[in-house]
Design a protein around this ligand. Structure first.
Ligand SMILES: CC(C)(COP(=O)(O)OP(=O)(O)OC[C@H]1O[C@@H](n2cnc3c(N)ncnc32)[C@H](O)[C@@H]1OP(=O)(O)O)[C@@H](O)C(=O)NCCC(=O)NCCS
Length: 270
């Protein structure tokens, strides 16, 4: 299957995604940064430079995030970026290691997907039409997918899963990307999650099972040993699914930094 570079979401989201892809071509060897198919992010607290790098990345791309920012650093970094006219938002950073793998194995031993569904792992051969349908389904749930080349496993190591019904329609998503630099303390973590489920199929444990499959495949095939995800305060459903999979609140947050002229005060994604 031939495909062109695929970008999804609103015009502003696509613009960020394109800029991130190009920026990554020139900073892939920087051990303080990571690319996950949406944006180039700062990884962890990098001292006094944390705020400055976030400001530069947000101005260049339209948005960025600091993953694994220690909770006690939030105020300092937030104050610095907001003083420069950028807006910020905080996600709880939920993480899990062996306990997440064990919980995921247990879930897969206990539950099965409804019989009309199959799991598709997106790769270079996946029909572009399915990838676009997958992106649309996730967007309808408020979740921004990664650039197509990342979902297809071409630009960074990762796994993108769709639950597909008998008519070929994607109904749920889960993924994980081993995106953190070798030089960082987080190199064996995957940025995991992307859990979404079409409204009419919720409550059937589809997202739970798909999230568990992603964890097991990341652990067994890509030697991932940690899972992390950002969850917005108040997203009870997401917290609950993560908790069942052993991915729990930590002493880190994700700090989003956004150019308000591109997102009108909103954020890049949920
Ligand atoms: C998060 C989401 C994928 C969950 O889908 P779902 O089909 O409802 O979830 P599942 O059936 O797989 O649920 C598994 C467990 O999650 C919990 N859960 C799901 N929705 C819940 C809610 N609204 N409140 C509390 N717990 C909830 C339940 O404990 C459930 O287990 P149970 O059936 O034993 O009670 C879905 O709500 C969604 O697409 N939300 C919008 C996208 C989103 O916010 N994604 C997270 C991005 S970070």
């Amino acid at each position: 299957m031939r495909f062109q570079d695929e970008f999804f979401g609103s015009e502003a989201q696509q613009s960020v995604s394109r800029r991130a892809r190009d920026l990554w071509q020139i900073c892939a060897k920087d051990g303080q940064l990571a690319y996950n198919g949406r944006i180039v992010t700062v990884v962890g607290d990098i001292g006094a430079e944390t705020g400055d790098k976030l400001m530069c990345l947000a101005r260049l791309q339209g948005s960025t995030t600091c993953h694994f920012l220690p909770i006690d650093k939030i105020e300092t970094v937030k104050t610095a970026v907001e003083a420069s006219g950028l807006s910020s938002n905080v996600w709880q950073f939920c993480t899990g290691r062996q306990s997440a793998y064990d919980a995921a194995r247990q879930i897969l031993e206990t539950y099965q997907l409804p019989p009309d569904l199959t799991v598709a792992r997106i790769d270079a051969r996946t029909d572009a039409f399915l990838v676009a349908g997958f992106a649309k389904m996730a967007a309808d749930c408020g979740v921004l997918v990664m650039a197509g080349r990342v979902m297809r496993g071409l630009d960074i190591e990762g796994i993108t899963l769709a639950a597909v019904d008998k008519s070929g329609q994607p109904v749920a998503s889960a993924w994980g990307y081993k995106c953190y630099p070798e030089q960082s303390a987080f190199s064996n973590y995957a940025f995991w999650g992307g859990l979404s489920c079409r409204k009419d199929r919720r409550g059937q444990k589809i997202a739970l099972i798909l999230g568990a499959i992603a964890i097991v495949q990341l652990w067994e095939e890509l030697q991932v040993r940690g899972f992390c995800t950002g969850v917005t305060a108040g997203n009870t459903a997401s917290f609950s699914v993560c908790e069942k999979l052993g991915v729990l609140s930590s002493n880190w947050v994700g700090l989003g930094v956004t150019d308000p002229t591109m997102f009108g005060g909103g954020t890049l994604t949920k």
